[in-house]
Ligand binder design. Sequence first.
Ligand SMILES: Cc1cc2nc3c(=O)[nH]c(=O)nc-3n(C[C@H](O)[C@H](O)[C@H](O)COP(=O)(O)OP(=O)(O)OC[C@H]3O[C@@H](n4cnc5c(N)ncnc54)[C@H](O)[C@@H]3O)c2cc1C
Length: 510
Amino acid sequence: MNRRGFIQISSVALLPILLGIFPRSSGNKKRYSISVKSNRSFGHLLRKLSAEKPVRERTTDYVIVGGGIAGLAAATQLSGKDFLLFEADDRLGGSSACDYWKDTVFATGAHYELAYPETFGSEVIDLLTKMEVIRFNDYSKLYEFVDEQYVIKGSSLEQCFVKGEAIDEVLSGVEGLKEFKEILSEFKGKMLLPTRLIDNEYHYLNSISFKDFLSEKMNLSQELERRISYQMLDDWGGKCDQVSALAGIHYYVCRPYDEKDVPLFSPPNGNSYFLEKMIGYTNAFEAFEVNSLVRSIKEVSDGVELEVINSSREVELVKAKKVVYAGQKHALKYILKSEANLFENSYAPWLVLNFVCRKGIDFNKWQNDVVTENLEFMGFVSSKPQKTRSAEFDVFTAYYCLEEIDRERLVAIEKEPSPFVEATIQLIEKETGTTITDHLEHVNIKLMGHAMPIPKPGYLSFSDVPSYASNIIFAGVDTGRLPLFYEACDSGIQAGRSVLEDLNVDDYES
Ligand SMILES: Cc1cc2nc3c(=O)[nH]c(=O)nc-3n(C[C@H](O)[C@H](O)[C@H](O)COP(=O)(O)OP(=O)(O)OC[C@H]3O[C@@H](n4cnc5c(N)ncnc54)[C@H](O)[C@@H]3O)c2cc1C
């Protein structure tokens, strides 16, 4: 097989492929610099090179499209096989990527995972155990993280600010909380991961909204609904009246939170930690090609043909027997029209701002929720309770979840980020009473137009992922799964296994 243009890396040189190049500073006149990263550039590239014909051709057995958690999990199943993974971005990770400022690493998306009960599906647990990421704790009866240095201490875990006042957590002291908890208690131990394992008995919860479900059972006060909506937006990208009851209930009872401490794992590079482990596990570093945008996928008589815009901005034709498509499904209308109507998802746009500050600010809790009037701001995470390497900087990572109809706002923020950065600083300072401006050195912004599928009523799928094409298998959380690491990982494992199982080897050997 000819693999021209691949990025050669060894395990020690793993970092460049994860990180790619630094985004350039926008050169504003503030005392701090700002860099902005957005995946809108993929659309520009597609348009610019739409008429270009392939300049070369190569073949491989399997192709994975998309280097997020799902794509990488698929790659772990193809270890030792002839495969290529194409990632459009300049680094692997997707919504679980990380970035750097000087000596400081920070997550630009997914940033934590929680220990797993024994009842969760075995495939992800087996993979993470083999990768030495988790091990079973006989005492807690949970699969816990081997790298204990990245587990956040219970006392540093969280606080919440509401109208400038600090409370323990988002639902603290809200009227109706006791009744709410009682309603949820009947589902304890039933809300599994991956969600495909949830018993049929509970599937009806996928067809009603969380708000309707709760309103039938209790007098849901406006304030309780608002606080629940904040938490739903934070994990599912939609409010209480938008997400399904199954997603809502799952959020609160998928782990035995009120019986024991469930360790929370948050390394400074966020869920890129898992990505690095997966890349190492595949032992196929040369198979990962970043800056490589798949612009079309076509089923042909003996397999699949893909056109890839490579890192030199040339178009290549890649022939394969099977493809795992682990990119976002909303893009299928451009890449693979025949399959575009299989997934009718709604996606929440997200913005992530990493405030890199010289040490000296006392945000000592890891999660700092901030409940504002319009519920767009999802608070910020402080690196202070994390085990970090930087002697100079702390990073405060702020999150916004926008309404779908507000996606266009990302364009304006990309063009002129300063007012948005200033507004966020003011919001944090006003709500927490702590000044960050004096310590601020750099702001890293990541804009994601289709960051996560919103699990609206009817969204979750408990059966096999559909496909009209027999040689194209879909993976990723937006195949009817909750937007979580565990789901992405499970879907990738399933897809990786199924390309191997489905292949009739005789067809290719004769
Ligand atoms: C801000 C934010 C915070 C989150 N925090 C957490 C958290 O703390 N814990 C948790 O469990 N979950 C979290 N999630 C959810 C979690 O990140 C995702 O559900 C999961 O990582 C999705 O993985 P994926 O592989 O399905 O998709 P993605 O991460 O979206 O990866 C898809 C990849 O495919 C690539 N791609 C798409 N089209 C093409 C193409 N044509 N050619 C080549 N490449 C292509 C994209 O560039 C991307 O890298 C968070 C999500 C967001 C947005």
